[in-house]
Design a protein around this ligand. Structure first.
Ligand code: HXC
Length: 534
């Protein structure tokens, strides 16, 4: 027997030549790190894109990346794929840290076979997701791919199936984030669509089920990549993506910021952050809400900023269905999700898209133990043939479901109008709001005064033939109705509202309410709640 070390504490680099096995390994791993070579990397850069390795290094905390399966290759012998010996098979997988917290990350490498997904590529992603689910850490995918690898036939399609299945298994257990940094075409779009949040970058990200050439062949429509599946249509019209960035760097900054609001998994709470903002800071400016004509529009963001710690609001789905605003704030250091009607857009009315947007966000909050604050200023559901035929009944029902199902702490504040079915939908007591507050300016009723008078007194109004007298009568009846119903007092007297509050005290009262509710739900006993795409 020989001793491996003469001195067991010795830890010096040897002067001896490296053994052959080490030389070989170092060469192999260096080659694997290099990727597809200069020409393809240049082509990637010419498109204004970073390489997959650069992306990982910009996303993660410095030197925190821990790669796995870097040498895995395709075993497909068709079209000579195997003979190319592409180390890593066009995707880099591993773990790293963001703001000191563990995440799993994969980055498709477009310079290798167009980042296309073959069997080994798919297995690497699937294995990473399995590890992430066991380790209970978020998964972030950086996607830049030509889709199913054509040379590997049905194996690549099956690979997508494996990933979709895991996306669903992980849904609501660990946060899943997809960052689109190039093409994402065909059925490949459905993995991001099954995750919680999608980011796109202006000019370089594209998502579509069928590309421009297929669209032209099938329907005759001529459309370019950006118009069909760029960041604008998906952030503004389809609602497929929640975040748009101007550049890749800006995108990674946003992903890192989003993660500060999220727990690592459904068994934890979001991290508390210390704040110098005073818990009971008065917000006198909110008295202006009470001064305002209820029909006047204003951006609800002004209220959210003033309630939040340090005026911070991280908005989600900023460009989609702007009549409802969703996002994260901190209140007394605790992360809170906000759902708010935005009178500046469609009077804050609920339509199909806004219902979907709010419902999915609430379901995300519920899956990940994040309390919910609802700010209400709504005249009702958006009327019209388009909405009815677009399925407002079906979409609106999702919101009722999401509020009723959510067992997280729920605090609701009615600012001005809360009418009809929309009052019930927006976090009312009857869908189990825990604490429901109202400003003195709140109007809580079946409908607005003028509409109500038209219906209740239609016969009296019709009977009056003198137009001037009719108008005076209408005014008198409207005032009577307003005095009785266009206020929060009836709701406060029957318990639909827990307290009418001074606007200046809103921040203090809401924080206090969430403090009381802090132990409402124990995340450790949180049964799995999937975040189905709505
Ligand atoms: C194999 C692919 C590939 C693919 C691209 N490449 N897509 N290889 N399978 N799906 C290769 C190209 O052959 C090329 O290799 C290299 O990647 C770069 O591609 P280019 O075409 O030169 O790049 P660019 O001009 O930027 O165009 C990118 C692109 C285009 C728009 C993504 O490549 C494209 O349209 N690809 C096909 C997209 C597609 O239809 N995929 C299938 C979707 S269906 P060389 O060696 O020549 O440089 C799908 C089903 C999923 O994914 C189903 C899930 C259930």
């Amino acid at each position: 027997m020989i001793e491996l070390f003469e001195d067991p504490r010795e830890d010096k680099k040897s002067d001896r030549p490296a053994p052959a096995s080490l030389v070989k390994f170092r060469q192999v791993s260096q080659d694997a790190q290099k990727g597809a070579g200069e020409a393809r990397i240049k082509a990637q850069k010419d498109k204004g894109k970073f390489t997959a390795r650069e992306r990982i290094s910009y996303l993660l905390d410095q030197d925190s990346f821990f790669e796995i399966r870097s040498l895995m290759e395709s075993s497909c012998s068709d079209f000579g794929v195997k003979d190319k010996h592409i180390k890593g098979d066009g995707v880099i997988t591993g773990f790293g840290r963001i703001n000191g917290r563990e995440v799993a990350v994969y980055a498709q490498d477009f310079t290798q076979l167009g980042g296309s997904l073959g069997l080994a590529h798919a297995r690497k992603i699937a294995d990473l997701m399995d590890r992430a689910l066991e380790a209970k850490v978020p998964v972030i995918g950086l996607l830049d791919s030509g889709g199913a690898r054509i040379q590997e036939g049905v194996d690549s399609l099956n690979g997508y199936g494996e990933i979709f299945y895991r996306n669903v298994k992980a849904s609501g257990v660990i946060p899943q984030i997809s960052v689109i940094l190039g093409p994402c075409a065909g059925g490949a779009v459905y993995s991001p669509a099954l995750t919680d949040f999608i980011f796109m970058v202006e000019g370089i990200s594209h998502m579509f089920v069928t590309g421009p050439s297929v669209v032209k062949a099938a329907t005759g429509e001529e459309v370019d990549f950006d118009t069909l599946g760029g960041s604008h249509p998906h952030s503004e019209k389809s609602g497929v993506c929640q975040f748009v960035a101007k550049s890749e760097q800006d995108c990674f900054r946003q992903v890192r910021e989003l993660l500060t609001f999220l727990p690592q998994n459904c068994y934890e709470k979001a991290p508390l952050e210390s704040t110098s903002d005073v818990f009971d800071r008065p917000v006198h400016v909110l008295e202006r809400v009470c001064e305002m004509d209820p029909k006047k529009a204003f951006r609800i963001h002004h209220v959210i900023w003033r309630l939040a710690d340090d005026f911070g609001f991280f908005e989600i789905h900023q460009n989609f269905a702007k009549n409802v605003v969703t996002g994260f704030i901190r209140l007394g250091g605790e992360v809170v999700g906000v759902v708010a009607n935005n009178p500046a857009c469609l009077g804050g009315a609920l339509d199909c898209d806004a219902s979907d947007k709010a419902a999915r966000f609430i379901r995300f909050l519920n899956a990940f133990n994040i309390p919910l604050l609802t700010l209400v200023d709504i005249g009702g559901y958006l009327p019209g043939v388009q909405q009815e035929h677009g399925g407002i009944i079906r979409h609106g029902a999702k919101l009722l479901y999401a509020y009723s199902e959510a067992s997280i702490p729920k605090v609701t504040l009615v600012l001005r109008k809360a009418y009809g079915g929309a009052y019930i939908a927006m976090g009312s007591k009857y869908l189990r709001g825990d604490f429901n507050f109202a400003f003195p300016s709140a109007e809580i009723a079946v409908m607005g005064p003028r509409g109500a008078v038209d219906i209740l007194y239609s016969r009296d109004l019709k009977a009056e033939t003198d137009e001037q007298k009719k108008e005076l009568l209408k005014e008198k009846l409207t005032k009577e109705y307003s005095d009785k119903f266009a206020s929060p007092y009836q709701a406060a007297s029957n318990g639909s509202i827990d307290e009418i509050i001074e606007p200046a005290e809103a921040r203090a009262k809401i924080i206090r309410a969430f403090q009381v509710l802090r132990n409402k739900r124990n995340p450790k006993e949180n049964p799995h709640k999937g975040n189905i795409p709505l």
